[in-house]
Design a protein around this ligand. Structure first.
Ligand code: ADP
Ligand code: MG
Ligand code: MG
Length: 885
């Protein structure tokens, strides 16, 4: 019989941290903490298999589950010396969700379950504290009504606020036991009145209601959104943990808090966290009261820290956090509660961190002997590096700082102010950059946070929802900015200094300092030394794949070299044609009536192309540079508007009608599959001849005059048949050898081709007879393999991904089963003919981690990607090696 329920308590547990697939992260780590002797309130975890079975079976539980749960509840009762539902000595529990991947705040926990009008008597008698008892009761009704019974909005919260107003108090803690008792009655009536059902009195009904709600919440829209954004499959399911309650709200010797074993923003090895005295559960995260720092080092002195207020518990917590780091060999994010001076651990998990922190923690832990260099490399995700490679605020720039909040998630962001998540999303869809400003965020705002450049909240600390989620997304966030007052109705906020910022105004956030600035502040390039440099050094010693860049200008080439590029894998020569000065000559060339006209125009372009190549070769020194000959269809260069045609006609001294006719004649129904690439080279050999001449002349000059030893790689695009390449290769050799003879120097060069059509991949053995290298052009290869045009795919591809018809956009990550097979065949057949053939990839996939790992597996020599993705590709290439062993 399958075991569906796993016990933990009294120093023993059925589960362990390695069982997160079955018990969820929370359940697995509660078990682990119990086993290593940490103080964890006893409980049990219902497995994720129950969740899967629940959905597979029309929302029915597997047979035997109810029996198994009640046996485990009995074990908890025995250990705690209390009884669930008992009127004199009642056990109260929390019902918590937890999936394999941590989904912070995505699913709701119910606390104090088991309270009713009878068990409350027991709690009062035992605690001798009716105020506490009724506070717990009213919290329970509020949570249960919202989470389990689906009561919408703030109906109960409003009653609560009204009562506080009636009594003339600000804080919950100022209400008396009688007030809270009255609240319980008011809440229950409201529930009945609004929902038409009574609040369940029977603890068993409460328990199964809550368990059902946790499983039900796996399919709620915000959980689905979070899973989609984080690539978590729906099939994983959630586990449910039922745990005996401990109380942080029994007075001033009680508290609850959250902490990180190191600073999750900077990575500094300093215990870091926040806590609230006399509070329960999610009060810290909710941001209703301002939490106090956990230690003196983490605060600014304005509020007393736990280290000062509860020194004994702090010392104990300090020991536990060290134990946890030594045990898990990683930074932990922990939750704890102190009941009458006794500390209990309620959660531990791997702490989410910024890229800066990830690198610092990894490098530090190697130095501390906690992990190996290999582990350190695997600790940093390639995608996360992206955060570090982008600019931060220019320290020299003028800044009009209007407010300061907490530096919750670093980076710099500028954008128009918006106040609603939906608006942030629709603005982003229109390509506008926005800053989402909220009093506080909740899981309903995730889509807007995702769409915004940065997030600003007025309430909540470093562990508030906004802060945690933003750090996870790698998004700049300033939280708890009490200096501003948000007015949602008027869609504006006012800063303490009096500045009013309206929706649509430009705002800049600095998530590393917490500063909020008016207008757009200029930025500077990132620093790539220090821990980053150390880690990348380890990365480079591990990886086998080379990483080149796609660059068309000396500037891009320079940026890429700083990022560690080892050559250029793709220079698109046509990008050099769009320059304002050049486009005229290019148009003349295209529109020329005959060979002579074309040759004249090409003569004008030649020196320009040559100077481009000189610039690129110089920047790359002796690293390999692959230059692709003209690829796009000619009409892309032509004048579009009437005015442009008239202008050009004047320059060319031809009637505008002639030009019109020519432009029309170049129109194609399907340009992607039309007269482009090597097909142009066959029709107009003089174009490629000019380009080859420019490349080889540039190389010869540098070799002859400046002592370079460059080997240019000439790449012919869109080949589908070996005969195309044979013709073009012969032409290229003729031109190149003429130039070399003229300069009387020894220059080597390679001629190769893109593999970007299925036929080329399938006949790669034939094509390799004419090619010294292949570069897989996976953009076109994806288009032609799927038979879809990327430019038109926007209408349906996103919905394919949403509906999980495709696991991912194939233009983002290589479709390994389809397009990947073509690459594999191309490699195998190419190598069969020419074992030493150089193999690379130059599609945008070259900088996408899963695609880089794929390229490593099929044995390419290098990947090539945009300059900013070079470090990402280097790291992914190292991961590829380490994941192999
Ligand atoms: P989340 O996944 O949103 O973090 P949790 O299940 O961790 O939700 O619950 C939120 C908070 O509720 C915890 O941080 C903890 O403070 C409190 N909590 C949960 N279970 C208990 C318990 N048995 N006793 C006391 N507090 C609890
Ligand atoms: Mg997905
Ligand atoms: Mg938690």
């Amino acid at each position: 019989m399958t075991k569906y329920v796993y016990f933990f308590g009294g120093g023993q547990a059925d589960g362990a941290s390695g069982m997160r697939n079955l018990l969820g992260g929370k359940g697995a780590n509660l078990a682990e903490m119990t086993s290593i002797g940490l103080p964890v309130p006893a409980g049990f975890t219902i497995t994720t298999e129950v969740c899967t079975a629940f959905y597979a079976n029309d929302r029915q539980y597997p047979a035997g589950l109810i029996q198994e749960v009640s046996e485990h509840m009995a074990r908890v009762e025995q250990l705690m010396g209390k009884k669930f539902g008992d009127r004199t000595n009642p056990l109260l529990v929390s019902v918590r969700s937890g999936s394999r991947a941590s989904m912070p705040g995505m699913m709701d926990t119910v606390l104090n379950l088991g309270l009713n009008d009878e068990t409350i008597r027991g709690i009062i008698d035992q605690s001798k504290d009716p105020r506490f008892a009724y506070d717990s009761y009213r919290r329970f009704i509020q949570m249960y009504a919202n989470v389990v019974m689906g009561l919408k909005g703030d109906i109960l919260e409003d009653i609560f606020e009204e009562l506080k107003e009636d009594r003339g108090v600000d804080l919950d803690t100022e209400l008396t036991a009688d007030d809270l008792k009255q609240l319980v009655g008011l809440f229950k009536n409201k529930v009945k009145e609004t929902l038409g059902t009574s609040f369940p009195e029977n603890p068993q009904d409460q328990l199964w209601g809550a368990i059902g709600a946790v499983f039900g919440s796996w399919m709620n829209p915000r959980a689905i959104t979070y899973r989609r954004l984080n690539n978590i499959p729906a099939t994983w399911g959630t586990a449910v943990s039922v745990q005996s309650m401990v109380f942080g709200n029994m007075g001033n010797d009680c508290a609850t808090g959250v902490a990180f074993t190191r600073n999750p923003s900077t990575g500094e090895n300093l215990f870091f966290g926040e806590f609230l005295v006399n509070a329960q559960g999610e009060d810290v995260v909710a941001g209703i009261r301002t939490p106090q720092p956990i230690n003196m080092a983490g605060g600014d002195g304005s509020l007393p820290s736990m280290e000062e207020v509860m020194p004994e518990s702090y010392a104990q917590l300090m020991t536990i956090q060290q134990t946890l780091e030594k045990h898990y060999h990683d930074m932990q994010d922990i939750e704890f509660t102190i009941e009458k001076g006794r500390l209990f651990m309620l959660q531990t998990r791997t702490g989410k961190r910024t890229a800066t922190a990830a690198i610092r923690v990894a490098v530090d832990m190697v130095r501390e002997g906690l992990i190996s260099q290999k582990e350190a490399i695997l600790r940093v995700s390639p995608e996360q590096l992206d955060q570090l490679l982008h600019p931060s605020l220019d320290p020299k720039a003028e800044k009009q700082v209007i407010a300061k909040g907490l530096p919750a998630s670093p980076g710099a962001a500028s954008g128009e102010v918006v106040f609603y998540a939906d608006e942030a999303e629709s603005a982003a869809r229109e390509g506008r950059k926005v800053i989402l400003v909220r009093i506080e965020t909740s899981p309903e705002d995730i889509h807007g946070m995702h769409a915004a450049q940065g997030i600003l909240t007025t309430r909540g600390g470093m562990t508030s929802h906004a802060a945690v989620v933003a750090r996870g997304m790698g998004k700049c966030c300033v939280s708890g900015c009490g200096d501003i007052r948000v007015n949602y109705e008027k869609e504006l906020f006012v800063a303490t200094g009096g500045v009013t910022v309206k929706k649509g105004d430009m705002l800049t956030l600095d998530g590393s300092t917490g500063q909020v600035m008016l207008g757009k502040v200029p930025t500077v390039q990132p620093e790539l030394t220090g821990d980053f440099g150390t880690l990348m050094g380890w990365v480079d010693s591990v990886r086998r794949l080379k990483v080149r860049t796609n660059a068309d200008t000396p500037h891009d080439a320079k940026v890429a070299r700083n990022f560690g590029a080892e050559g250029i894998g793709l220079c698109r020569t046509e990008h050099m044609f769009f320059d304002a000065e050049r486009i005229m000559a290019v148009r003349e060339m295209i529109l020329a009536e005959d060979l002579e006209g074309r040759t004249n125009a090409l003569a004008k372009i030649l020196p320009m192309q040559k100077s481009d190549f000189l610039g690129l070769f110089r920047e790359m020194k002796d690293l390999p540079v692959t230059i692709r000959l003209l690829d796009p269809p000619l009409h892309e260069f032509l004048p579009q508007t009437e005015a442009e045609i008239v202008d050009l006609a004047k320059v060319m001294k031809v009637p505008p009608q002639t030009l019109h006719a020519k432009v029309d004649s170049l129109h194609e129904t399907n340009p992607m599959l039309g007269h482009r690439g090597c097909r142009l080279g066959i029709s107009y050999p003089e174009i490629y001849d000019m380009q080859v001449q420019a490349i080889i002349e540039a190389a010869c000059e540098l070799v002859k005059n400046e002592g370079f030893s460059i080997i240019p790689e000439i790449m012919i695009p869109l080949v589908s048949h070996v005969n195309e390449l044979a013709v073009l290769r012969k032409n290229a050799i003729r031109v190149a050898d003429e130039v070399i003879a003229r300069y009387a120097v020894k220059v080597e060069y390679l001629i190769g081709t893109m593999i970007e059509l299925p036929r080329a991949a399938l006949t790669a053995d034939e094509i390799a007879t004419e090619a010294e290298f292949f570069s897989f052009g996976t953009n076109d290869l994806t288009q032609t393999c799927f038979g879809l045009s990327r430019d038109d795919a926007g209408k349906f591809l996103p919905s394919y991904v949403d509906q999980e018809i495709l696991p991912e956009d194939p233009f983002v990550a290589i479709d390994q089963n389809g397009v990947g097979q073509l690459i594999q065949i191309g490699c195998e057949k190419g190598r069969k003919t020419r074992p030493a053939i150089k193999l690379g990839i130059c599609g945008e996939h070259g900088g996408e981690p899963s695609s880089v790992i794929f390229c490593h597996k099929v044995g390419l020599d290098y990947v090539s990607c945009s300059p900013f993705r070079v470090p990402i590709a280097r790291l992914a290439a190292a991961h590829a090696v380490l994941l192999e062993d």
